[in-house]
Write a new protein. Structure first.
Length: 551
């Protein structure tokens, strides 16, 4: 039977910069959790698919700041220590539950003990302690496509200087090339945030983000549903998602934008943006809601593991969702076999849904379409414990489909280039579909400080296009600090309230470093010693050149 359309998961992997930032509740443990619960299980399942001959089955973004951390020897060493701690904690729970005559809880503790030991064995023996090279091998073998992002996940539409956008993107491309041995073909714009070209109040012509992508030969990016289809935001942008995005509307009355479109587009086809140089694919909302929806998405099934309830001694999660709006104290015990049965059911349902959507679109339009299911990678495994197994089961079913072709985003684009140019409106996949999550009453104070730092960088970079060795070292480190203080993670964490004080501290810390370094150059006495200390602390983007801060 003839294939009627294509499908790809587009997974976005990102953790804030937390190297040597301490441990629980905020710090390097964030990346350890993601590696143990999401990245290694996903690598395990993708390698099994490769062994079965499945190719071009997944599109995954690894942000540059995540790559830097995963490749760091200190992070890798601390990760092994983290896994040892978790397995020891679970092992201690076994005897505790046995003494309390709770055999099922003792079984679950043993389940976790073996689970963490297996993760450690795979990390060391299968992946040689380096997850970056493990992902790279899968891309080199045409199993997946790895896409990039802004260097530190900077929120591009709210940056004041186009030079900053260029610095974020140029650094990202160079970092990708160092880690992957090739250039990226596509990008996940941080927070799916896009802005078109416009004339600024000071008379500057500010090009649309697609212009910056084209200069760096990035041919494709992704956007939220409503920015393609028009109308009110849905799904993630509606603020009804599980995971960290779902916590925003509890604290805010979120303003919502409505996108007006004379001829609404469709997320089933790619479009060129403004000119035939860079394309966009929109997130398919119907498939997205099956996972993202806090009301009826798969992760809310009563037999899946409960994320929010943790053992008061070991921190292990021994309970299941149990029911809708049930108090944490009333949660029933987790049963892994019950959960895996539901994984199969939900994979069957999702694969059928993808096939039905493609069949319906092809019947009406006769085009070979694409269904792009876009999610945060950490949603699978970390937030939804069984999610990685579900992803793999879906891929296995669609690999055997007679009508649906598994693909990666860039492969589909190369084989089915857009036929239409679209004028894309401004927006994001944040609550309300606007920039509100990152610019609101609680975060407004950050942006004048970011913009002031941009202006200082511009002034000094223009004067010192040719600099001596000491000045170059200091300005390169200042450029790293500028990237770090621009991270969208800091306003996001302030807005959600998840780690407000931590985010403020990290932002102020990088701003102080930047100010000190720039000031030393402005005074004619570049502080190389301080720059080297900051480099030793962060060790990111060794190839950076402050001259990339340019229009």
């Amino acid at each position: 039977m003839q294939k009627l359309g294509a499908f790809t998961f587009v997974l976005h992997s990102h953790i804030p910069y937390v190297r040597q930032a301490g441990r629980w509740p905020h710090g390097e443990e964030w990346i350890h959790e993601a590696a143990a619960e999401s990245y290694i299980p996903l690598l395990d399942r993708l390698n099994k698919l490769q062994d079965r001959g499945v190719r071009n089955c997944l599109t995954i973004g690894l942000t540059p700041i995540l790559l830097e951390q995963l490749a760091d020897e200190d992070v890798q060493r601390n990760f092994v220590a983290y896994l040892d701690e978790k397995s020891r904690a679970a092992e201690a729970d076994i005897s505790r539950f046995e003494k309390a005559s709770e055999p099922h809880m003792a079984y679950l503790a043993g389940f976790y003990c073996e689970w963490y030991r297996r993760i450690k064995d795979h990390f060391i023996d299968q992946y040689n302690g380096n997850l970056v090279s493990a992902f790279r091998r899968l891309q080199d073998n045409d199993v997946i496509e790895i896409i990039t992002c802004g260097a530190t996940h900077g929120y591009l539409p709210l940056l004041d200087r186009d030079e900053s956008i260029n610095l974020q993107l140029r650094t990202a491309v160079e970092s990708y090339h160092r880690h992957m041995g090739r250039d990226p073909r596509a990008i996940w714009l941080p927070e799916c945030a896009y802005r078109p070209g416009y004339l600024a109040d000071d008379g500057r012509e500010r090009p649309g983000l697609e212009v910056f992508l084209a200069r760096l030969r990035l041919k494709l990016f992704f956007t939220e549903t409503h920015m393609i289809e028009g109308g009110r935001p849905v799904g993630v942008a509606a603020g009804q998602a599980i995971g960290p995005y779902g916590s925003i509307t509890r604290r805010y009355l979120v303003p919502t934008s409505e996108v007006e479109a004379a001829e609404p587009g469709t997320t089933y086809l790619p479009y060129y943006v403004a000119s035939p140089d860079v394309a966009v694919i929109g997130r398919n909302n119907r498939t997205g809601l099956q996972v993202w929806s806090a009301e009826w998405g798969y992760p809310g099934d009563y037999d899946y593991r409960e994320f929010h309830k943790k053992d008061g001694i070991s921190g292990m999660q021994y309970w299941r969702v149990t029911g809708a709006r049930i108090d944490l104290a009333q949660k029933g015990a987790y049963h892994p076999d019950w959960a895996m049965f539901k994984v199969g059911q939900h994979a069957d349902h999702f694969a059928r849904l993808v096939s039905e959507l493609i069949n319906e679109f092809h019947a009406n339009h006769k085009d070979f379409c694409i269904v792009s299911a876009n999610y945060d990678t950490e949603l699978f495994g970390h937030w939804w414990f069984e999610g990685v197994d579900w992803v793999a089961e879906v891929l296995e079913r669609l690999a055997a489909s007679e009508q649906v072709e598994l693909t990666t985003a860039s492969k589909y684009l190369a084989e089915h280039p857009p036929k239409t140019v679209i004028d894309l409106p401004e927006g994001s996949w944040g609550a309300g579909g606007t920039h509100f999550v990152w610019q609101n009453a609680d975060t407004e104070w950050l942006w004048p400080l970011i913009h002031g730092a941009e202006r200082r960088m511009l002034k000094i970079a223009e004067k010192r296009q040719k600099a001596d060795e000491n000045t170059t070292i200091v300005l390169n480190q200042a450029a790293r600090e500028l990237l770090l203080l621009q991270s969208s993670d800091w306003p996001f964490l302030i807005t959600t309230g998840q780690a407000r004080e931590y985010a403020i501290q990290r932002f102020r810390n990088h701003l102080e470093r930047f100010t000190q370094l720039i000031g030393s150059v402005e005074r004619g006495n570049p502080d190389v010693e301080q720059a080297n200390l900051h480099w030793a602390k962060d060790k990111i983007f060794p190839e950076i050149d402050y001259r990339w801060f340019q229009p």
